[in-house]
Design a protein around this ligand. Sequence first.
Ligand code: SF4
Length: 362
Amino acid sequence: MKLTFPYMGSTIIYQKLLQLLDHEVIMPPRPTQRTINLGVKYSPEFACFPYKVLLGSYIESLELGADTIITSGGHGPCRAGLYSEIHLKTLRNLGYHVDMIVFDDIYHYPKLFLERLRMIKNHKSFLQLIRAIYTSYQLAHAIDSLQKFMEIKQAYELEQGAFAKAFEIMRQKFAKAANTVKDVQCLQREGEMLFSSIPVHEPPESQKVRIGIVGEIYVVIESSINTGIAALLNKLGCEVTRSLYVSEWVDHALPRFIKKSDTAIIKNSKKYMEMGIGGHEIHNIGHMIHYKEQGFDGIVHLMPFACLPELITQSLIPKISIDLDMPILTLAIDEQSGAANTLTRLEAFVDLVRNHKLQKAG
Ligand code: SF4
């Protein structure tokens, strides 16, 4: 099997897991306009935007020689649960000889989940499989912790691009040398030291601007699709925190007795939304309230084209914004999105946030 997977966030996490299990891995290329064009060409117009990007990304991986795609499934009203079936049919109709290994929710389909694990464990023992999963899990947390640090401090870097350069150095080191949990821990410490050595100039607390990013998982995590929104906000001098990182998405899928509780976030959202409608809308609303409690100054809400759950969130935002006394900007992301357009809207939004903060300070 020549395995590939969806391009989402730091892909070395998935690459590492499969390499530790001795698989041949075909790395999906970072999505570009070509990826999007391919996805749009072979998708129904009304499909949600992440569906189209993933289809384009799969085609590019198959062109590179992959024959099996590992992906996640889903259940409930959101269309993510149908992705794998429709992607597979479309790819086969296009003439690709491809298979898919779909990991569905462990609670709903425990037997199926174990069966899929058996399929990817290769010739390794279950103990080796668990070790490989745990190493990749720690790797996800290590990379995300550096990324979180970067998306705050990058707002104040003295030499433009210094954090991005350091992050790339560490990304390559993780890809090459993070083969055990101990390696991951050593590299994380090295990364923290490297990041702390980057010169920054921080303004007084009262002048800092903190922006929270919420929205649909794919557009929040994947910077090639959201026009690198965290970095754009950093360039405008704002600290950024996102509601979702790859490691937290993995945490959501863990068995209840292990995973970190998110009850407070979910409870926060009850005032606006009684029940989930399939995406991350409950967490998004909960995070907006949480950001207000944490003293953030503004929120950017990312909504892919044709995403029903985030369309519902968007309809609630005017009320939430008034209740929280907080500027909230919704950006719809689709194949027409471009960095220049996003930057113009962000510049206006950041001006608004700064003025709002000044007014409140009296
Ligand atoms: S959350 Fe929205 S964009 Fe994501 S799969 Fe569901 S409908 Fe599509």
